[in-house]
Design a protein around this ligand. Structure first.
Ligand code: MG
Length: 452
């Protein structure tokens, strides 16, 4: 039998459906979340993957069993749930999505009343209630009610277009031709609809909202072949790909080349800082190009641990204007403090319109780094190996500055290396980024060899 897979973290409760994640567990988490909140309503939405319906019914059962009213917003991007929580003054929210994980996975993402990921302290309380099964089950006449609201994608789009950092007039005048690959996920409706409101001519591929992923769903260059072809075929200005819950956005330039998901955040930061001075917060896995661009615009830059909750927490602490995660996750706290592919798309088009250059030319103006991101199965003695690696790091990397907040990150003269275990999968991730292609490649091979 395959070992059941269930990964619990502040990023959510993720597992393989039928082998780790099952409706009984999900109902208990619904009851635990409702018991933690005690009263009020909870917004529940999901991405489009076919297991979503089962998980949604189970989590709603748990919530209403403890007297919580549920607003079911249907198939929506994760950021739409976050916006609905705030808009409805709800006590919390749950989005059912395993984000970029393949279709055998599903997950629960929890949000508190601010529409942001629950804090580590809230997560601890939630798990304590879950483990002890301290559920506030209600009698038959006091269970919660379920209502459906289908308008939250429209509201999300409307709010996105009200954001002051995008130059709508200039964007609309450009009438950009955009190919969208939503991997048949929750961005299938929202992203094309918003782009049309920006007067873009939109060509939709993989936007049927079925949750049947036509390729691996993570929007990284190797999974964007279809989008690349379509951009060339239709002579589009840009290709946009989102992950299944549409909080991340990756771009393909007008020549059909993926520019790497890192540059979505870089361009969004550039655009926001063009309009206003402020602080930038990015995570420790984010390309240095974003830091460079932010600093060139006079911004202070702070690094946080990986994971939306960690980035947002630091954004609040530093009163950040803009930031996010280099995996295509743009966060604009004055709009809402969560990764959002819609605001990312609007900011990128605004940047293109302001710079008056094709995307490939705009990318040429940015500092150039060579980055390799790899992942491998997590060895049992990972922590021990990390300690050993740190001891010998100077031999490989020369003089380094070490950051131990999230795995290990070594900054050295020519770049940086980060090794960390994933929050969402039983793997470890390695990122090597330097100003030299051969050096990046050599270091990647050497570090992977050490850990495997
Ligand atoms: Mg996602």
């Amino acid at each position: 039998m395959i070992k059941p897979v269930l990964i619990k973290s502040t990023s959510g409760i993720r597992g393989i459906v039928g082998n780790g994640l099952d409706p009984i567990l999900v109902t208990r988490y619904g009851a635990a979340f409702g018991s933690m909140l005690k009263k009020g309503k909870v917004v529940v939405g999901r991405d489009s993957r076919p297991t979503g319906d089962m998980i949604m019914n189970a989590v709603i059962s748990g919530l209403i069993s403890v007297g919580i009213d549920v607003i079911n917003v249907g198939i929506v991007p994760t950021p739409t749930v976050e916006i609905a929580v705030k808009g409805l003054k709800a006590a919390g929210g749950i989005c059912i999505t395993a984000s970029h994980n393949p279709s055998q996975w599903n997950a629960l993402k929890f949000f508190n009343k601010t529409g942001e990921f629950i804090t580590p302290a809230e997560y601890k309380i939630l798990n304590k209630i879950f483990e002890k099964q301290n559920f506030f089950y209600q009698p038959h006449n006091k269970i919660g009610k379920v209502t459906c609201q289908s308008e939250w994608i429209d509201r999300h789009i409307k709010k996105t277009l009200e954001v002051k950092f995008t130059n709508l007039r200039k964007v609309r005048r450009k009438k950009f031709k955009v190919v969208v690959d939503a991997v048949n996920g929750a961005g299938s409706v929202a992203l094309p609809q918003m782009l049309k409101k920006l007067s873009a001519k939109v060509i939709e591929i993989n936007c049927d909202n079925s949750g049947k992923f036509p390729h691996e769903p993570e929007p990284i260059p190797k999974n964007l072949k279809q989008l690349q072809k379509a951009v060339k075929k239709y002579k589009a200005d840009i290709g946009m790909a989102c992950d299944p819950d549409a909080d991340r956005l990756a771009l393909v330039d007008e020549k059909g080349q993926p520019i790497g998901e890192e540059l979505t955040l870089t361009l969004a930061v550039k655009e926001v800082l063009r309009k206003k001075k402020g602080t930038t917060v990015i995570n420790l896995s984010t390309s240095k190009v974003t830091e460079d661009v932010a600093r060139m615009s006079g911004s202070k830059v702070f690094y946080s641990k990986v994971g939306e909750a960690n980035v947002v927490q630091m954004m609040h602490a530093k009163k950040a204007l803009i930031g996010g995660e280099g995996n295509g996750g743009v966060i604009l706290p004055s709009f809402h403090a969560g990764r959002d592919s819609l605001i990312a798309a609007a900011l990128v088009l605004s940047c293109l319109a302001n710079e008056k250059k094709p995307l490939s030319k705009l990318v040429e103006t940015l500092p150039k780094y060579y980055t390799i991101k790899t992942k491998a199965a997590l060895p049992n003695n990972f922590i021990a190996r990390l300690i050993k690696f740190e001891k010998g790091a100077s031999k490989l990397l020369g003089k380094t500055k070490v950051d131990r907040r999230d795995g290990l990150r070594f900054d050295f003269a020519d770049g940086w290396v980060q090794v960390r275990s994933s929050n969402t999968e039983p793997i470890f991730r390695l990122i090597v980024e330097t100003n030299d292609k051969k050096l990046t490649s050599r270091l990647t091979k050497q570090v992977i060899k050490f850990f495997s």
